[in-house]
Every structure is written in structure tokens, then in C-alpha cells.
Design a protein around this ligand. Structure first.
Ligand SMILES: O=C(O)[C@H](CS(=O)(=O)O)OP(=O)(O)O
Length: 246
């Protein structure tokens, strides 16, 4: 592929204007991206990402409640009064099928909102990595992989996933003229890509949230290429544009 590709290491590491005319992949492996991918794979109608609780309550007040779920977390914990937290394992077909989910998370949904000037925004995770790569191979615009990170800092699992995407896109051979961000992500994947689970199990996230987020959640989010959905944003709503059918 000949496109220019860069990696931004957190949702605050760029100016929103920098994303204009670009194809952006937002990556929040733990857990917002993995949750959205799972929800859409289980036939949720769409996901509305919101930046905070105020936005979530404004949107939910104007909607017909049986068709909507109010979901999200603060520092990993389900927000009181919400229907669901941010564990992808809770987004089963019987819970989310045909529902639109208003999702409010600490980092992931904020990163998506900050990418709203992009030409297009898609959601990436290990779960749907191959589908994202196949899509990126066809786009003609410049590509930016936005890692959601954690509170404006780098999160290893997001950068590792970005590196895996670049590795696949480049056939494992990155040009010496690649962007610095792409080189760092690619190098991280070369070093740790053989042991995604082990690397993520010893990440800052895993240590920080060990009493809040189950190991089952972590291991689930480490699985590669188990879903073919391609979540993409259109007028504020994320839906599957890959056209998965039941
Ligand atoms: O719910 C999550 O997994 C995280 C929690 S924290 O911000 O890392 O404490 O939120 P997310 O927005 O999915 O990164």
C-alpha cells in the first residue's frame, strides 16, 4: 500500500483539524472498541458514542426508551442507573439485538468524538482486525490510527493493536520513510506480537483495574479476527458497514 499512515498515541495527542480528509481508525482495545465490535456483531442496530454523562442523558431523554440502551463506565465501573457497563461480554445478542446503544466511556468514546472532523471514522480492535485491514487496503486517503489511550496517556494494548494493523498492511516490512508513530507501533508489535495475551495481562490497564475488570474480559479482547464487522460512523451513529448478516 502506498498511503501515508500515522499513529497518534492518545486521544489528546493531536489537533482535531489534523484529521480532516483522513481515514481514521479509533482503537480502544480495553474495552470500548471491543465492546462496540461485539455489540454490532450481535446485531445491535447502532452505537451512539458520547463524551460524557450530560450528553448521554440529553440524548437518552429524547429517545424512545425500549429501543435504546444507556451504557458505559467511569474508571471501569458501570455508571449507576445505566443499563450496561463496558464489558463486551454483557453485549450478548439477547440483550442488544436491534437496540441502539448510547455509549459513554472514559477514553474510547471521547476519542471517537475528537475524530469527528475526519473524512471517515472506523472502529478497530483485535476482534475485527483483519476486516479493518482489508478495508484500509482499499482506501485512497491518508490513514491515521488513533489510540484512545488512558487519560491522555499511551496505553500499550492500543499501540500494540495499531502495530498489528500496520504490520498486516505492510506485509511485515515497514519503509524507512514511514511516520515515527507508525514505526513505534510497528516495532512494538514486532517485539510483543507473539504474545498478545501475556503482554496485555501485564499492562498498566490490567494492573490498575485488576479488581474491577475480569481476566475473562481481558482474554476476550485479545482474540484476533473472530468478527467481521466494520463499525463506521455516520451522522453520529456507528453501525456495521461490512454488511454482516445473521
Ligand atoms: O472501561 C474500560 O475498560 C476503560 C476504563 S479506564 O478508563 O481505562 O479506567 O474505559 P475505556 O473508555 O474503554 O478505555
Amino acid at each position: 500500500m502506498s498511503n501515508n499512515i500515522d499513529v497518534f498515541i492518545s486521544s489528546q495527542s493531536f489537533q482535531e483539524e489534523e484529521l480532516r480528509e483522513k481515514t481514521v481508525v479509533v482503537i480502544d482495545v480495553l474495552r470500548a472498541s471491543s465492546t462496540m465490535v461485539t455489540a454490532l456483531d450481535n446485531n445491535a442496530k447502532g452505537v451512539i458514542p458520547v463524551a460524557d454523562m450530560d450528553d448521554a442523558s440529553k440524548i437518552s431523554q429524547n429517545l424512545n426508551s425500549p429501543n435504546f440502551l444507556l451504557s458505559g463506565e467511569k474508571n471501569g465501573v458501570k455508571i449507576e442507573g445505566y443499563d450496561l457497563g463496558n464489558s463486551p461480554l454483557d453485549y450478548t445478542s439477547d440483550v442488544v439485538k436491534d437496540k441502539t446503544i448510547i455509549l459513554n466511556t472514559t477514553n474510547g468514546t471521547k476519542a471517537i468524538k475528537r475524530a469527528s472532523l475526519a473524512k471517515e471514522v472506523v472502529i478497530g480492535s483485535f476482534l475485527n482486525l483483519r476486516t479493518v485491514v482489508d478495508y484500509l487496503q482499499k482506501v485512497e486517503s491518508e490513514i491515521v490510527l488513533v489510540c484512545a489511550g488512558w487519560h491522555d496517556r499511551l496505553a500499550l494494548e492500543d499501540l500494540l493493536c495499531a502495530g498489528n494493523i500496520i504490520y498486516e498492511l505492510t506485509g511485515g516490512s515497514l519503509s524507512s520513510t514511514a511516520q515515527d508513530g507508525a514505526k513505534v507501533a510497528f516495532g512494538l508489535y514486532e517485539k510483543f506480537g507473539d504474545d498478545i495475551e501475556g503482554t496485555i495481562k501485564s499492562s498498566n490497564y490490567a494492573v490498575r483495574l485488576k479488581d474491577i475488570v475480569s481476566e475473562e474480559d481481558l482474554l476476550y479482547c485479545c482474540q484476533r479476527n473472530i468478527m467481521q464487522v466494520l463499525p463506521a460512523m455516520n451522522e453520529g451513529i456507528i453501525s456495521d458497514i461490512h454488511g454482516k448478516k445473521e
